[in-house]
Design a protein around this ligand. Structure first.
Ligand SMILES: Nc1ncnc2c1ncn2[C@@H]1O[C@H](COP(=O)(O)OP(=O)(O)OP(=O)(O)O)[C@@H](O)[C@H]1O
Ligand SMILES: [Mg+2]
Length: 250
């Protein structure tokens, strides 16, 4: 099982787009569960999945026709987090076990009870020591990312949560790996030196992948062919899925 979190600091930078294209690319070789953990359920709405996992009723997922992609609605705009999680445990466990790649689409900065609940369920089942991330940022956000220490705060939040779920002592544990920083919607030429300077020492060993602004994408990402940079990202992630040690980590 390989699980990847698509996360970012800001809204509208392309997290859902990246998550969806990765799922589409990887589904040629893997059974992919795309977990929509956004607040308002972007992907779930696109594919008509009305019930959320957290509402404990109905059918919270759909397998997209003629694909290996299942979209699970774990969004939570109008849902109270259930007090008794048994109502979601079985359906969740069955789904995650049927797939071998999980891609999680997050809203910006999702530190909340819903996020936590799903993470606990997952780590309780698989008891793995990894939390894989690709960060998606806009070009104007690079400097902010450097100064805000965004990544360090994800790191300590996840370390505490996963260590607690696995019943491990927290000392010196780190589960998170940033596999790539995606700089999306780039217009014109951007000097690589500018990116390196903007990020400072952060994410030193994670490749920076620049994706141009594609006008066609504004019409809806699922209506167009996968742009080439997303294909390159998909190939890179596929290599990691096959052998995480083939790539130098942060
Ligand atoms: N490289 C790109 N070029 C042009 N448009 C893009 C590109 N990437 C994403 N978009 C468009 O930008 C909009 C926002 O993208 P998306 O929903 O993926 O962002 P998000 O980070 O998931 O937003 P949110 O924070 O609201 O969840 C969408 O209309 C999408 O089609
Ligand atoms: Mg989104």
């Amino acid at each position: 099982m390989f699980r990847l979190h698509v996360a970012g600091l800001k809204g509208g930078t392309g997290k859902t787009t990246v998550a969806y294209y990765l799922a589409r690319f990887l589904s040629d070789h893997h059974k992919v569960l795309l977990i929509d953990k956004t607040v308002d359920g972007t992907l779930s709405k696109s594919f008509g999945v009305e019930d959320s996992l957290f509402s404990c009723k109905g059918n919270p997922y759909i397998t997209l026709p003629n694909t290996n992609i299942t979209v699970l609605n774990a969004s939570y705009l109008l849902t109270e987090a259930p007090n008794d999680i048994n109502c979601i445990k079985n359906i969740y466990e069955d789904l995650v076990r049927k797939n071998n790649v999980i891609i999680v689409d997050h809203s910006q900065l999702s530190y909340d009870r819903f996020n936590e609940l799903e993470i606990r369920l997952y780590y309780d089942i698989f008891r793995t020591l990894t939390y894989n991330v690709v960060l998606v940022v806009g070009i104007n956000e690079l400097e902010v990312l450097k100064s805000l220490n965004f990544y360090s705060s994800i790191d300590s939040y996840i370390n505490k949560l996963v260590a607690e779920t696995l019943g491990l002592p927290l000392d010196n544990l780190t589960f998170t790996t940033i596999w790539a920083v995606i700089i999306n919607k780039v217009m014109g030429n951007v000097d690589e030196k500018y990116i390196v300077r903007s990020l400072g020492d952060k994410f030193r060993n994670a490749p920076k992948i620049l994706i141009p602004f594609y006008k066609e994408l504004l019409a809806g990402f699922h209506k167009v062919q996968i742009p080439q940079e997303f294909v390159s990202l998909g190939k890179y992630m596929d290599t990691i899925i096959h052998d995480p040690h083939s790539i130098v980590r942060r």
